[in-house]
Design a protein. Sequence first.
Length: 112
Amino acid sequence: MPIYEYRCHRCQKEFSHLLLNLREERNIKCKYCGSKTLRKLISSFSVHQTEASRLANFDTSKPRGDDFYRDSRNIGLWAKKRMKEMGVDLGPKLDEIVERGRTGKILEDYEK
Ligand SMILES: [Zn+2]
């Protein structure tokens, strides 16, 4: 689905728009104030990052919403980075932990 995210210059709000035809783009208006001065944001739907760059961009100190935890890839990444930050070298066990993280168990076991 070609969903694009825009930020309005006038009201600074962000919204996503399903763009079926690229020629439609110039007709897109802000959903909130109707301004046509928009900046296209890189869509999270279309960006495929490598795991390394996902890890690098990861800030484990920030709270994550439910959406975040619904993505099992993020849980695995979170676990890996968190372990690294804590200086825990789990070696081969890490994969097992990440695997458990993907099923949601890691949050119970490691946030106590
Ligand atoms: Zn606006």
